[in-house]
Write a protein that binds this ligand. Structure first.
Ligand SMILES: NC(=O)c1ccc[n+]([C@@H]2O[C@H](COP(=O)([O-])OP(=O)(O)OC[C@H]3O[C@@H](n4cnc5c(N)ncnc54)[C@H](OP(=O)(O)O)[C@@H]3O)[C@@H](O)[C@H]2O)c1
Length: 251
């Protein structure tokens, strides 16, 4: 039975991907801080799912990650789906710190642990490390400065681990999945978002990218076009484009 561990599996994209992999007959290790939704899903697939409390910002995160790997008897794929993000034009200190702790420090510690796990067990578990980053990592977005910078960090960290794996002859595939907007608890309920996907649509794209071992997957195709276009915009022009969220109540 193939085994995937999903960190950030209690809601949104991570939860849906976990449910889909369990339905496909995979062994799934689900981790996050809220256990309730994961344990409810576990009741549907008791032989396939193992759940664990894990706070990626906590000192004991790596020990808990290691324990979960043991609980499901190994790991073929890690999917890092934990994340926080805020529209924060006021540059709030608590939001900035939270974003960097989860999306940067927690992210890097978990991916480094997975890298070393696959490096040390490559003969048994040739591995794949996948992460949900964001199209927000491909352009500097002023109203979400910490979030967009953290996503850029994630993309560059994956690139660097890929480089390291080649230098060290370690057999790991890397998959950097970059969604546009997805209707999950991460977004504000009171705002309109362009080209928004449902969780089910986004999860299908994520699963496809993982199973096809795509190196970089921008989802969906509309965002691939936006991404390609906004890369062409020079910084002085970009700095004059006012990107903002629009309240559903605005006329
Ligand atoms: N929604 C979008 O529009 C969108 C677009 C592009 C990229 N993304 C990315 O997709 C990923 C998944 O987000 P989502 O949209 O599915 O949002 P979500 O429903 O809010 O899910 C976020 C997940 O992160 C977990 N998490 C948060 N803080 C954590 C911590 N300290 N330790 C461990 N887990 C933690 C949450 O679990 P607990 O709170 O239970 O710990 C939850 O399972 C994120 O990286 C996000 O940046 C989302």
């Amino acid at each position: 039975m193939k085994k995937i561990i999903i960190i950030g599996a209690s809601s949104g994209i991570g939860f849906q991907v976990a449910a889909d992999f369990a339905a496909m007959g995979w062994r799934v290790g689900m981790a996050a801080r809220s256990l309730q939704s994961m344990d409810t899903l576990k009741q549907q697939y008791p032989g396939n799912i193992q759940t664990a409390y894990l706070d990626v910002t906590a000192e004991d995160a790596l020990r808990r990650f290691g324990d979960l790997i043991e609980d499901i008897d190994g790991m073929d794929i890690l999917l890092f789906a934990s994340g926080v993000g805020f529209a924060d034009p006021e540059l709030d200190d608590a939001k900035t710190t939270n974003t960097l702790n989860v999306n940067v420090v927690g992210f890097a510690r978990i991916l480094a642990y997975a890298y070393k796990y696959f490096r040390d067990t490559a003969n048994v578990h040739p591995g794949q490390i996948a992460a949900i980053t964001s199209v927000a990592g491909t352009k500097a977005i002023g109203i979400a400065a910490a979030y967009s910078a953290s996503k850029k960090f994630q993309q560059r960290y994956i690139d660097a681990l890929d480089h390291l794996a080649h230098i060290q002859h370690v057999n790991i595939r890397f998959t950097d999945i970059r969604p546009g907007f997805v209707r999950t608890p991460l977004l504000r309920d009171d705002c309109d978002y362009p080209m928004i996907m449902t969780v089910a649509e986004a999860a299908l794209c994520v699963e496809h990218a993982i199973l096809k071992q795509r190196r970089i997957a921008t989802v969906d195709s509309r965002w691939r076009i936006v991404n390609a276009l906004w890369r062409l915009i020079p910084r002085p022009v970009w700095n004059h484009i006012n990107i903002n969220l629009h309240s559903k109540h605005d006329s």
